[in-house]
Design a protein around this ligand. Structure first.
Ligand code: ATP
Length: 248
């Protein structure tokens, strides 16, 4: 049996509608407290994999056809988004999607909605931990989220996910649309979250960033795993350098 908190995707096949098969027998693993990058070009199936994990496939007209997703042995396949969060797996959505009319504070509160058996005191304590990780959010706690910069909104989206106290954090394109300097800051924070004991699965188009962050990586190509291994090894692979790091 897998050690506790191992996240495992086994032979996952996903279809949209009746005939669009977006994943074909994909397998990948995130060890407890590990950090894994998922790479691939547009349309490779990265978002589809995250949707399958977070329980949001039905909202996009998709379904798991076969295979399984488990976390610490618990079945996540076909579960509702709320059940997946309750199991300790929380996604930071692509494009951040904060509630722009709500204050920073209230955005963070929404990260606790639907969680069972958590006291107000522990909510406050978790919020203080989030503010410690993102001091800029503490400074702006009463400001509307819509007034934050892109990088700050990414931090808020990450902070909101952390409010649910995940044991596995799913990050969808954290660097999307951000300036290189801001991306570096976000990467530093992802590293800290990981060092504090949270496993991370990060989906990135920015392969050099992802390979720098992750212990292991997995490259998807038109719905199949094309390469997988230690990030350091992949960053030395000719194929990865040529196709994903823009080298010739
Ligand atoms: P991107 O970086 O562009 O988001 P991706 O690697 O996340 O790419 P997916 O969005 O998962 O790729 O798409 C994988 C395949 O599934 C593509 O062929 C895409 O056209 C198809 N697909 C994605 N969403 C849907 C949907 N809601 N209905 C039908 N087909 C879809």
């Amino acid at each position: 049996p897998a050690p506790p908190d191992t996240f495992e995707v086994r032979d996952l096949t996903v279809v949209y509608g009746r005939s669009v098969r977006a994943l074909h027998g994909v397998s990948l693993e995130v060890p407890a407290k590990g950090i894994v990058a998922l790479l691939g070009a547009n349309g490779a199936g990265k978002s589809t994999l995250l949707r399958a994990v977070s329980g949001t496939l039905p909202m996009h007209g998709g379904a798991v056809e076969s295979g399984s997703i488990t976390f610490g042995g618990e079945q996540l396949t076909g579960r509702s988004p709320a059940d997946v969060v309750a199991a300790g797996v929380v996604q930071v959505p692509e494009g951040r999607r904060v509630f722009s009319g709500l204050s920073v504070e209230d955005n963070l509160r929404t990260g606790r909605l639907g969680l069972r058996g958590q006291s107000r005191a522990s909510a406050r304590e978790t919020a203080e931990q989030v503010y410690a990780l993102f001091p800029v959010l503490a400074e702006r706690r009463r400001q509307a989220a819509g007034l934050l910069s892109g990088g700050e909104q990414q931090m808020l989206a990450m902070g909101r996910a952390l409010m649910a106290r995940p044991r596995l954090l799913l990050l969808d394109e954290p660097s999307l649309g951000l300036a290189p300097q801001v991306t570096e800051r976000i990467a530093g924070i992802v590293r800290r979250i990981h060092e504090e004991g949270t496993a991370v699965l990060v989906v990135e188009q920015n392969a050099s960033l992802a390979l720098e962050l992750a212990d292991r990586a997995c490259v998807l190509d038109v719905g199949r795993v094309r390469l997988a291994g230690p990030a350091e090894e992949l960053s030395r692979s000719d194929e990865v350098r040529r196709l994903y790091l823009g080298e010739h």
